[in-house]
Design a protein around this ligand. Sequence first.
Ligand code: IMP
Length: 426
Amino acid sequence: MSVTAVIGSQWGDEAKGKMVDILSQNAHIVARFNGGDNAGHTVVNQYGTFKLRLTPNGFYNSDTICIIGPGVVINLNTLISEIESIQAKGIQLDNRLWVSPRCNVIMPWHPMLESIYEKAKGKSQTGTTRRGIGPTYADKVSYNGIRLFDFRDEYILKEKIQTQLSVKNPIFREFGLKPLEPDRCLAEKIQQYQILAEFVRESFGLLQESLAAGKNILLEGAQGALLDNIWGTYPFCTASVPLAGGAAAGLGIPPGKITRVIGVAKAYTTRVGGGPMPTELFDEASEILQQQGHEFGTVTGRPRRCGWFDADLVQFTSQLNGVDELALTKLDVLDTFESIKIGVGYRSDQKSSSLSHYWEGDAHWLESCKPEYIEVPGWKQSTRNVKNFADLPVEAQDYIRKIEELVGVKVGFVSVGPDRDETIMV
Ligand code: IMP
């Protein structure tokens, strides 16, 4: 039996989808536990190309059950179009897709509230994906959320919509936005729910049975640990818990049952949206990373900010998640560099001789920190077709070993291209 959590070790977009794709081939269950349709990855397989934001990446293995756990927030429209696009390719989802009725639903007012807050923050805005994720989780934790459970009784749903709009519509009026009509919201959501109703069922029992039966379960994290609502660069973070610990609560499985945690990190660093990023580059190297790495957001299309690998951050997130092994992705993007830098800590106080760590301060403090680097030689040749660690250029091997040493975790996988077989098992 294995219960493996695949976690983003940076600010998201670490190419977790590819790792989940590889590992899902032996999985009985693939389960999402956090976030919503702010996540996004493209899956290419024998059935075609799929752009997924919510559906766990394992749907194309006919024996794999996909679970969207209660820690996820659902945009009903997004889920409907994903299911339709999967079914259109002849893939059966009946009895294979389980969406927990405990999931909170993103309602039409959530993106509206988000845009009001983002506008008000001006230059300090979080730079969200504008899917309404933050306000949906905010309503969830303040007992104002609407869950899929509520759709089972139209009277309950109607009452909840009316209550929420009695508070939210005055805000919209105040900010010059058109108030929402409760009856229209109700009709629209009921119609969407009817399409999804057959997939809505609690997965708790199934997961407990599967744990007892020793099945392989893959926990698919969305976003990255540095976007965590507590440990991330708050308020430049997301609203959910993208940590291994979040998988337990977000699915209803005991933490001690997670047998393996894989931290996925790019061989460099990227981030989308606002907030500090100590090793960010603004020169030609940044452009190379962006172009070679196709660093544009999947959900918003925004160019991603690029910089050198930050070992202090990945050491922190590895400790936070209890990472057993790292999957280092997109190593090939570094193929053309003469030399490569690795961030090893920060200078926050010019007088102090010791380096500071990420966890010592907040986002404001991190913004003022200067990264300290070591520089290592590049390998200046393609790694795209390399299948074994020993066949990597010696400088690339040294780069990986250096990362292991600085982070304190072994690298178990190295990805040298987007395809499944462009992966070195170390
Ligand atoms: P939200 O999750 O849409 O509220 O956005 C909050 C912050 O998290 C923003 O900086 C987003 O760019 C970032 N973010 C959210 N989801 C992802 C993701 O899947 N990959 C990378 N960044 C993300």
